[in-house]
Design a protein around this ligand. Structure first.
Ligand SMILES: Cc1ncc(COP(=O)(O)O)c(C=O)c1O
Length: 384
């Protein structure tokens, strides 16, 4: 195996737009101002300044007031994923609903909590609500009511799908009808390139059944390990009761709070412009190299393109060939709720250079062709 030259595998922020100088200045000030607070444990909710900054972020995007005391800062949004599931779970073996393709970190966390996951098929509009309704029905018929629905409603990882407003309202109505709370993971909310910004579920329904997760990983950097959840009483208090780590990293939170003193949008505009250029380069490369063989998503935001492969690709061979050619990606099976080997792969583009995106797609396209049993044009016209 050669070293990976073209790493389309990991979903990271763009290193070129990481704000080194501004964060250095923020860190200097934060350490001075928080010296005493840093000698104490931060507590369950976390740094008030960052909670206020994230309340403002949410309010400015959603047009709905968010109380900073409903925000719980976490160690990345991954901790929020685990904490919310632990809070709503009653026993091992409980059933929960996820999109059929979902974020591997969530799938791993739920597996380790011994949750039984029901995967609902996804379309270009996100979780398919006809299939969700059917699933909720059949579960309740056999007395296995789902404990919650987990959805990545905007720029879904991995498919890139964004659920339109009308479907969001239908999802809320369905969840209410079956008395199932919803955990919305909105990690990619502000990694937005074009098109309408669809409303978060909590802004459409002010009941405690809406639990919301967001992150700073995708707008700033995952190394800070800063995420948060929004939950209303009594769920908020139950989440806090489940938290046993004396709070998150106060220093990282204080630095980010200083950095975002004037809101998140100024920096988001810089990062999103850079990422959109990379997304476009990747889409352009795919169109040049693979339009006869594959279909792929055109995500309105986020860090990934989801690629459908022809059935005649030998996926084991493709993996081996790609590895030995210096290209990495994540195979469809990593995202499948039951780890099924499906004819898809996910390409991340955020941290690659422009040249590597173009060159990497050319190498990947060659590997795909060499792993096929024929040169026949693809026999599908859509991603799903
Ligand atoms: C949908 C989703 N949720 C949560 C996470 C975890 O992010 P973090 O813990 O860095 O905030 C990711 C990371 O890729 C993700 O894609």
């Amino acid at each position: 195996m050669t070293d990976t030259s073209y790493d389309f595998g990991s979903g990271r922020a763009d290193p070129d737009t990481f704000p080194v100088k501004a964060l250095q200045a923020a860190a200097r000030q934060a350490i001075e101002e928080e010296a005493v607070a840093l000698t104490r444990y931060p507590g369950g909710l976390g740094h008030l300044g960052l909670r206020k900054a994230m309340a403002r972020r949410e309010q400015e995007r959603e047009g709905t007031a968010v109380d900073p005391d409903q925000i719980i800062l976490t160690n990345g949004s991954m901790q929020a994923v685990t904490l919310t599931a632990q809070t709503l779970q009653e026993a091992p073996g409980d059933t929960v609903i996820v999109e059929e393709f979902s974020y591997p970190g969530t799938l791993a966390a739920y597996r380790s909590l011994k949750l039984r996951m029901e995967g609902v098929p996804v379309s270009e509009s996100g979780m398919r609500l006809d299939a969700l309704e059917e699933r909720l029905h059949s579960l309740s018929k056999v007395g296995r009511q789902a404990k919650f629905i987990y959805t990545i409603s905007t720029c879904q990882n991995p498919t890139g799908a964004t659920m339109p407003r009308r479907d969001r309202l239908e999802l809320i109505a369905l969840a209410q009808r079956f008395s199932v709370p919803v955990i919305e993971d909105n990690c990619y909310a502000d990694v937005h390139y074009e098109g309408p910004v669809e409303p978060a579920l909590y802004s459409l329904d002010d009941s405690p059944a809406q639990i919301y997760i967001c992150s700073l990983s995708k707008i700033l950097g995952p190394g800070l390990r800063l995420g948060y959840l929004i939950a209303r009483s009594p769920v908020r208090d139950r989440v806090l009761e489940n938290r046993n780590d004396a709070g998150g990293n106060l220093l990282a939170a204080a630095i980010a709070a200083k950095f975002y003193e004037n809101g998140i949008w100024q920096h988001a505009a810089v990062t999103n412009a850079a990422l959109k250029t990379k997304r476009d380069l990747l889409l352009q490369g795919l169109a040049q190299e693979l339009s006869d063989a594959c279909c792929w998503s055109t995500p309105a935001g986020g860090l990934f393109v989801w690629v459908r492969l022809p059935e005649d690709v030998d996926r084991k061979k493709l993996w081996a060939l790609s590895q030995s050619s210096g290209v990495s990606y994540l195979p469809g099976s990593s995202f499948h709720v039951a780890a099924k080997d499906v004819p898809y792969l996910r390409l991340a583009f955020g941290h690659l250079s422009h040249a590597d995106i173009g060159d990497g797609v050319r190498v990947l396209a060659r590997c795909i062709r060499e792993s096929r049993q024929s040169n026949a044009p693809r026999d599908f016209d859509s991603l799903f």
